[in-house]
Design a protein around this ligand. Structure first.
Ligand SMILES: C[S@@+](CC[C@H](N)C(=O)[O-])C[C@H]1O[C@@H](n2cnc3c(N)ncnc32)[C@H](O)[C@@H]1O
Length: 296
């Protein structure tokens, strides 16, 4: 018998999956989830097997409820036989929340502590890993342009999810977020007027296309794909929090191998390379910002 979750919230869509608490068997539910993730990996190549369990479980149940299903096994049946269901689930599992100049203090510190070092390089290679819909990439492009570094930079912007990459390439962001982004931009040390970077078009804010002249958007899976170049800066913000410790360590090894000596690794505000492989090879620049320089 398929297992149901005890505390899965009801959305009111379709049959209510609220189970009989008597029937809820967490161990069996875990087996169902592991089988589903194994199936997704073997059939589609997306590897969520080492993502943080509580978060994965919550998101699977969100999809189960929205589809009016009653169990993880029922979702498995749909996902394995319907690629469109996999596409929906990928959006649920990959958590694409982002914004422009997110954590403005980071950009201030980047200008002050990293830009002077970048100025000494003839060519700058930057990797945004887990770039989502690209707001972070456009923010970095603006910063580099304002610092006179954009023309000698190449930015690789990658994500597991092709749907978000398409949005990133299009460069159209919700108009209603422009006020928030303008505030962030100013707090991030922006040197121009933020409104110069976009025009209202196609029902949104269309960003200056020349900002992506030196950007390559492409799909890359941090769990299963390898390093593809050597970088001066790697930004991977708010991605590793969704991975378990073993997977975080694996991805940290990938970053270490992909960074040039004295290259800079940028993590999200709740992330750290502490207790990870190569922890001792980094020094933190400008704490509390999560900017680390590879020193050995
Ligand atoms: C919360 S967003 C972070 C976006 C941006 N870095 C920021 O901080 O605003 C997390 C992104 O990581 C991506 N992601 C999750 N697992 C991934 C993986 N295995 N490989 C590459 N990207 C992944 C998701 O698709 C999502 O777009």
């Amino acid at each position: 018998m398929a297992v149901q979750i005890a505390e899965a919230p009801s959305t009111g869509a379709g049959p209510d999956p609220q189970p009989d608490p008597q029937e809820f068997k967490p161990d069996l539910e875990r087996i169902e989830i592991e089988l589903l993730l194994e199936g997704i990996f073997r059939h589609y190549g997306f590897d969520f097997r080492a993502y943080a369990y509580a978060s994965i479980r919550r998101r699977l149940w969100k999809r189960i409820e929205e589809e009016g299903l009653a169990s993880v096994s029922a979702l498995q049946e749909r996902v394995l036989h319907e690629p469109e269901m996999m596409e929906k689930l990928l959006l649920d599992l990959s958590i694409n929340v982002t914004s422009m100049f997110r954590d403005p203090g980071f950009y201030v510190a980047f200008r002050e502590h990293v830009v002077p070092m970048l100025r000494t390089y003839p060519f700058i290679r930057i990797w945004h890993a887990g770039c989502s819909t690209g707001e972070e990439v456009y923010s970095m492009a603006m910063l580099l342009r304002e610092e006179g570094l954009y023309d000698r930079s190449r930015i690789y912007a990658t994500d597991i999810n092709e749907v978000v990459l398409k949005r990133a390439k299009a460069g159209i962001f919700p108009l209603e977020r422009m006020q928030e982004y303008t505030d962030n931009y100013m707090r991030a040390g922006g040197k121009k007027s933020f409104s110069e970077y976009y025009t209202a078009k196609y029902g949104g804010a269309l960003f200056d296309q020349s900002l992506t002249k030196n950007v390559v958007f492409s799909q890359h899976n941090l769990v299963t794909d390898r390093s593809f170049s050597e970088f001066n800066v790697i930004l991977c913000r708010n991605v590793l929090i969704y991975f378990d410790k073993t997977l975080q360590s694996k991805v940290h090894s990938l970053f270490y191998e992909s960074l040039a000596m004295f290259g800079v690794l940028v993590l999200g505000s709740k992330e750290t390379p502490r207790f990870m492989a190569h922890e001792e090879c980094y020094e933190q620049i400008a704490p509390p910002q999560k900017i680390f320089r590879k020193v050995r």
